[in-house]
Design a binder for this molecule. Structure first.
Ligand code: SF4
Length: 533
């Protein structure tokens, strides 16, 4: 039976989704598909050779280089599932960007090392391996869908693999022990050239350009014999000696042969996965399916994009400007939170987090953030109560308390797939996802977003489950000709609320002929309307 990676979500039939739900990546032989109980599952074959390779994680890893032949088995929360995938996506997109810029090899190497270090490393080797292996398999599943996606993923993964293998070869001791260990761990069946044969071919081997430079080095170099069709890259560059259909390759040049094998195996795996992706996406329509389908269009920019700074170097978003900017430039999710806060003079925990991190990401300082929330909350409680119950969490959000982490604002996927709000009590979430059709339609009409036809398009995106497209359409109709306005960066609109906000503020500034300073922002008071649902 073939080896499968099974992607499924499991959770208690609960009111609070995220904390109870885990997405599980595991291997299953075909016959084990009948999973009892409420969990519905469908296997996704990802192993190139179809053999059941067991369930160990990264068993073939050697110094960060992995052929990814062993399908992993472990549980991930939905947050980790997305986080790991986006971490790898950043590295792969960096590779693509550097290839486009045609950077010199040394610069390429340095920048790629930095990107790997920033995104795919951890101080704990075990976590690092899990992150690397999980992210590879998640993206493999996400990028198997179309020919274009497969081609893109294959190209970037092969480059990443080669880079790591070259690093391994470079960092190994003089006898390439790291590379030898990797080859041994991954069953590379290379035929070592005996001492006698090496002596017989001594002259010819030493004439190969770029080979050992001294007799001593030649003696210490291990050569391997491989069918020349497996070493075409080396043959075409005349970097190996060929005799009777066999290529004689020094250990250090085995890299290109291994890389070619990796490409073939990954290409096969992607084709296999493509064959069953539809079934998996269908069965996982409410959880992992949409995540996988939208992965290639995910925003991977900075965690806190688009802090809106004034030309005077000050943050444009303050307790004094937030009301007007909410009406003018916030996406629907944040407008809802803002309106909820203004109406109830408080926000529940999830709402404080979603809105607070958004404000922080948009550049609101700790002092202004506290002032704004205090102003609203103290309409129903005393200052002492506010300080006791809420100011700590605001300072925590800004990294001034607890482990002093730098928390980043939520992106759309996190909001869309996070805990849904309790109707009438909570205001977090994404209206395109969490409002029913009737409420959303009423809200769009009330806000006078676009024409009737525009609103129909938005609603049809919502009904199709394309929430982010609905949001992008909202931006498009509220900011006519934004693509041709100088200084408006539309990257991430529909993928990140902060990107939406920043693009909108820049748009209005450009339209009003000013830079993005707090004093020059033209605020259209009263443009937004109360959005009580
Ligand atoms: Fe907010 Fe994103 Fe939903 Fe738009 S798609 S409303 S930015 S969560």
């Amino acid at each position: 039976p073939a080896t499968f990676i099974l992607l499924h979500a499991q959770g208690k039939a609960s009111k609070r989704r995220t904390s109870h739900i885990h997405s599980r990546c595991t291997t299953f032989p075909n016959k084990s598909m009948n999973v009892a109980g409420p969990i519905r599952s469908r296997p996704l074959p990802l192993s190139a050779d179809g053999k059941d390779t067991g369930t160990s994680v990264g068993s073939s890893s050697s110094n960060d280089v992995d052929m990814y032949l062993d399908v992993p088995s472990f549980e991930l929360s939905l947050d980790e599932f997305e986080e790991y995938a986006l971490a790898r996506l950043k590295v792969l997109r960096k590779i693509e960007e550097m290839k486009t810029r045609n950077l010199p090899p040394e610069t390429f190497r340095t920048q790629l090392d930095a990107s790997i270090k920033a995104n795919l490393t951890s101080t704990q080797q075990k976590h690092k391996t899990k992150l690397d292996v999980a992210s590879h398999f998640i993206l493999r599943a996400a990028y198997c869908r179309t020919e274009d996606l497969r081609r893109w993923f294959l190209a970037q993964e092969c480059r990443l693999f080669r880079h790591r293998l070259e690093n391994l070869s470079r960092s190994s001791s003089t006898n390439n022990s790291g590379l030898r260990e990797f080859l041994a761990n991954n069953d590379f069946d290379l035929d070592p050239v005996s001492r006698e044969e090496k002596e017989r071919l001594s002259d010819k081997l030493q004439k190969v350009p770029g080979g050992p430079t001294s007799p001593g080095e030649f003696i210490n170099t291990q050569y391997y014999r491989v069918p020349f069709v497996q070493a075409l890259e080396l043959v075409s560059r005349r970097e190996c000696y060929v005799e009777k259909g066999q290529a004689y390759v020094p250990l250090a040049r085995i890299v290109s042969i291994v890389a070619a094998k990796f490409r073939v195996a990954l290409s096969k795996s992607l084709a296999l996965a493509a064959g069953v992706f539809g079934q998996v996406a269908h069965d996982e329509a409410s959880r992992i399916g949409p995540l996988l389908k939208s992965m290639n269009s995910q925003y991977t920019g900075p965690g806190a994009p688009n802090a809106v700074m004034g030309t005077d170097g000050e943050n444009a978003l303050t307790a004094a400007t937030v009301d007007a900017l909410a009406d003018q430039s916030m996406p629907l999710c944040m407008q809802q939170l803002h309106q909820g806060l203004k109406r109830d003079h408080k926000l529940k925990h999830q709402g404080r987090l979603q809105f607070g991190l958004f404000l922080k990401g948009a550049g609101m300082s700790l002092e202004e953030h506290t002032l704004f929330f205090q102003r609203e909350f103290t309409r129903i409680m005393t200052s002492e109560q506010f300080n006791k119950s809420y100011s700590y969490s605001i300072r925590h959000m800004h990294g001034k308390e607890g482990k002093r982490a730098s928390y980043t604002p939520y992106n759309c996927m996190k909001i869309i797939f996070g805990n849904p709000p309790q109707s009438g009590v909570e205001h977090h979430g994404c209206p395109y996802k969490h409002f029913d059709d009737q409420n959303l339609s009423a809200l769009l009409t009330k806000l006078k977003i676009g024409s009737v036809a525009d609103r129909d398009v938005i609603m049809s995106h919502k009904k199709d489950g394309n929430f982010q497209l609905a949001c992008a359409k909202h931006f498009e109709v509220s900011h006519p000709s934004a693509t041709s306005v100088d200084g408006v960066n539309l990257d991430g609109v529909g993928n990140h609320p902060n990107a939406w906000f920043s693009a909108s503020v820049s748009y209005h500034n450009a339209k009003n002929g000013g830079g993005a300073s707090s004093s020059s922002i033209e605020l259209k008071q009263g443009q937004g309307v109360a959005m009580a649902m």
